[in-house]
Design a protein around this ligand. Structure first.
Ligand SMILES: Nc1ncnc2c1ncn2[C@@H]1O[C@H](COP(=O)(O)OP(=O)(O)OP(=O)(O)O)[C@@H](O)[C@H]1O
Length: 575
C-alpha cells in the first residue's frame, strides 16, 4: 500500500531523498532509498522504525571516512598467456571450457611459457580448478585493493566486530616480498644504469688517486724499475689497481643481487674504465627474474587462496553491507535531532516541529484532528479535535512554511524515518495533497485547473490530508468563500484532514462551524515597521493581518486628528 502523493507533495519527497543522497559517499548507496518509499501500512512503518532504531545507533562518528575509501573489488576472468596446462586427452574438453590459459596434451618446451601446470606430471601439479590454475585472478585484485580491505577492517572495528578483511590482509602479507621484487624488476634498467654510474664514479676516483700516488716517491722507483727493464714490477703495480676495480664491480653486483634476490653478473670484465653493463646480460637477467617471480607469485597466490577462499563469500557480504552503512550514515546525519513519531489514530500532531529547509527555524507545534493527551503546546486548550483548519495571518508569517513542514513530517513518517520534531503523533494515511499557491495567475485557466484538482482530491474515500495554500488569490474573495465553504463541508463529511491558508477566516468561520481558525501573528513591529512574527500559530484565533498591525502602530504613534482617523480604521478591523 503506497502512500499517494500529489505532484507538489512528491516534490517534497524528492527534496528529502536528495538530502539523504547527497550525504552518501558511495555512488550506489542511495539506491537503498527505493526500499523506503512512503507506505500507508502501519505495520510496515513500524518495521522500518524498528530497523532505524536498531541500526542508527550503531553508526559511529568518523565511519564515513572509511566508507569513502571502500572501492568495489572486481574479480575478472582473464586469459593468462604466461602459462600452459598439460592434461590428459580425456580432460581436454572440460578444461578448455574454463578459458583460463593454453591447454595441451603434449609435453611443452619449458622456455615457451613461464609456468607449466599439469595434471599428468609434466609441471606443477594441479587439479582442474580455476583456483589452482589461476589463483592470481583472485589474489591480485585483493592485493591491489588493500586500502579497501583496510577500510573494511576499520569499519568492522567501529561496529565492534572483526571483519574478514582483517584476516585476508594478514594472509596476503607474504605477497609483499614478491610484489616488491616485481617492482624492482620493472625498474631494472634504471637500477642498473644507476649502479653503473655509481661504479664508474668510484673507479674514476680510484684512478685519480692512483695517478696521484705515481707523482710521489713511487714515481722515482717506478722510473728506476723502468730503467732497469723490470717490467714485471710495473705490471704488478697496474695489476693492483685492476684488482681493486674488479672488487668494486663485484661489490656493485652483489648490491644488485641483494635487491633482486638472484645472483647477478652484468658488468663486463674486459674493459677497465668506463665499465658497461652488457645489454644482453640485462635482458637475460630480466627474463630469468620474470620467470622466477611469476612462478613465485603463482605458488604463493595458490597457497594464500587455499586459506582465504572460504572467506570470500563473507567479504562479498561485507562489501555489500557497506552500501547500507553509507545509507544509514547519511540518514543518521540528516535526521540528527529528529524523533520517531508515535502511531496515532487522529490525524497530525507535533510539538517543536522544525522546517527542513529553513535555517534555524523557530520550532512550531501543530495539530489537525484529535489532540493527543500529551499534546501540551500553549493555547492547545482551544483545540477540540477539528479535522478542518483555516490558517490565517500576517503576510510572510510562515503559513506556507507550516504547510511544507506538515508535508515534510508526513512524508518522513510514511517513509518510516524519524521526523523533525520533538514529539509527533501521526496517523498512517492513504493520500497527501499539497496545493501551493499559484502566484498571481488570474483568469479562468488557472482557476479551472485549481478547482479541478481540489475536486479530484475530494473524490473517493480513505484517509486523506489536504493542504491548500491560499486558493482565493486566483478568484474573487466572494466567490472564494462560497467555493471553499462547499469544498470544506465535503471534506469534513468524508473525515478528511484539511489545512487551508486563507485571509477569509472571518467569513469562512461563519459558514463552517466545525472548522477551527488558527492565526499566525506578529508579536509587533520593529523600528523599521518590520513585522516581528511569532511563527507559532495561535489555536482558534484569527491572525491579525499586516495592514491591521501597521494601522495599529500608527494609531499608537500619531497624535490629534490623525490618531482619531487611524483609530477609526482600526475599529473597522474589530467588529
Ligand atoms: N518557523 C519559522 N522559523 C523561521 N523562519 C520562518 C519560519 N516559518 C517561515 N519562516 C520564514 O518566513 C518567511 C515567510 O514564510 P512563508 O512564505 O511561509 O509565509 P506566508 O505566511 O506563507 O507568507 P504569504 O502570506 O506571503 O504567503 C520565509 O522567509 C520563511 O523562511
Amino acid at each position: 500500500m503506497k502512500l499517494k502523493l500529489n505532484s507538489e507533495a512528491r516534490a517534497i519527497l524528492r527534496a528529502i531523498k536528495e538530502e539523504i543522497r547527497r550525504r552518501t559517499v558511495l555512488p550506489e548507496s542511495s539506491t537503498l532509498l527505493e526500499k523506503f518509499e512512503p507506505t500507508s501500512d502501519p505495520e510496515e512503518i513500524l518495521r522500518r522504525q524498528e530497523y532505524f532504531r536498531e541500526k542508527l545507533p550503531l553508526i559511529k562518528e568518523g565511519i564515513g571516512e572509511y566508507i569513502a575509501r571502500v572501492k568495489p573489488i572486481r574479480f575478472r576472468r582473464e586469459y593468462l598467456h604466461d602459462r600452459v596446462l598439460v592434461v590428459d586427452a580425456s580432460e581436454l574438453e572440460s578444461v578448455e571450457g574454463l578459458g583460463l590459459c593454453e591447454v595441451t596434451t603434449e609435453p611443452v618446451e619449458s622456455d615457451e611459457y613461464h609456468i607449466v601446470l599439469s595434471t599428468v606430471g609434466y609441471g606443477i601439479d594441479v587439479e582442474l580448478l580455476p583456483s589452482q590454475i589461476a589463483p592470481e585472478l583472485y589474489v591480485l585484485p585483493l592485493w591491489e585493493n588493500r586500502e579497501t580491505l583496510e577500510a573494511l577492517a576499520r569499519i568492522g572495528e567501529s561496529l565492534g566486530r572483526e571483519s574478514v578483511a582483517r584476516e585476508i590482509l594478514r594472509e596476503l602479507a607474504p605477497l609483499k616480498e614478491v610484489m616488491e621484487r616485481r617492482r624492482v624488476l620493472e625498474s631494472l634498467d634504471e637500477l642498473v644504469a644507476e649502479k653503473e654510474k655509481e661504479l664508474n664514479e668510484k673507479i674514476s676516483k680510484k684512478l685519480e688517486s692512483f695517478s696521484l700516488t705515481l707523482t710521489g716517491k713511487d714515481l722515482v722507483s717506478f722510473l728506476s724499475e723502468l730503467r732497469a727493464g723490470n717490467y714485471e714490477a710495473i705490471f704488478r703495480h697496474f695489476g693492483e689497481i685492476e684488482g681493486e676495480i674488479l672488487e668494486l664491480i663485484n661489490e656493485a653486483e652483489e648490491g644488485l643481487a641483494k635487491r633482486l634476490g638472484i645472483t647477478v653478473e652484468l658488468f663486463s670484465r674486459e674493459e677497465v674504465y668506463p665499465i658497461r653493463a652488457l645489454p644482453e646480460r640485462i635482458e637475460a637477467l630480466y627474463r630469468e627474474l620474470e620467470r622466477e617471480l611469476k612462478v613465485e607469485l603463482y605458488l604463493r597466490s595458490r597457497k594464500i587462496l587455499e586459506r582465504i577462499a572460504p572467506l570470500l563469500p563473507e567479504l562479498r557480504k561485507e562489501l555489500e553491507s557497506v552500501k547500507e552503512l553509507d545509507f544509514l550514515r547519511a540518514v543518521k546525519d540528516f535526521t540528527k535531532g529528529f524523533s520517531f513519531p508515535e502511531l496515532w489514530r487522529g490525524g497530525v500532531a507535533f510539538i517543536g516541529g522544525r522546517h527542513l529547509f529553513i535555517e534555524n527555524p523557530q520550532p512550531v507545534s501543530y495539530v489537525v484532528g484529535a489532540k493527543p493527551p500529551a499534546f501540551n503546546a500553549p493555547g492547545s486548550e482551544n483545540v477540540s479535535g477539528e479535522g478542518v483548519v483555516i490558517l490565517t495571518g500576517a503576510n510572510s508569517g510562515g503559513k506556507t512554511s507550516l504547510l511544507e513542514l506538515i508535508t515534510q513530517i508526513e512524508v518522513l513518517f510514511h517513509m518510516g524515518f524519524p521526523v523533525p520534531a520533538e514529539r509527533a503523533w501521526l496517523e498512517p494515511l492513504d493520500e497527501v495533497f499539497f496545493f501551493r499557491r499559484k502566484r498571481s495567475v488570474y483568469g479562468a485557466g488557472a482557476f479551472e485547473t485549481a478547482l479541478r484538482s481540489f475536486v479530484r482530491a475530494l473524490r473517493g474515500s480513505g484517509k486523506k490530508l489536504i493542504l491548500i495554500d491560499e486558493f482565493e488569490a486566483i478568484t474573487e474573495p466572494g466567490a472564494a468563500v462560497k467555493i471553499i465553504g462547499e469544498l470544506l463541508k465535503i471534506a469534513h463529511e468524508k473525515g478528511f484532514y484539511v489545512v487551508i491558508v486563507s485571509h477569509l477566516g472571518e467569513d469562512l468561520k461563519k459558514e463552517l462551524p466545525f472548522a477551527r481558525v488558527d492565526g499566525i501573528e506578529a508579536k509587533g513591529l520593529d523600528e523599521q515597521l518590520n513585522l516581528v512574527v511569532d511563527r507559532q500559530p495561535r489555536f482558534g484565533r484569527i491572525g491579525r493581518s499586516t495592514p491591521e498591525l501597521i494601522v495599529e502602530r500608527l494609531a499608537r504613534k500619531r497624535g490629534g486628528v490623525e490618531r482619531e482617523i487611524f483609530e477609526k480604521i482600526l475599529r473597522a478591523f474589530r467588529p
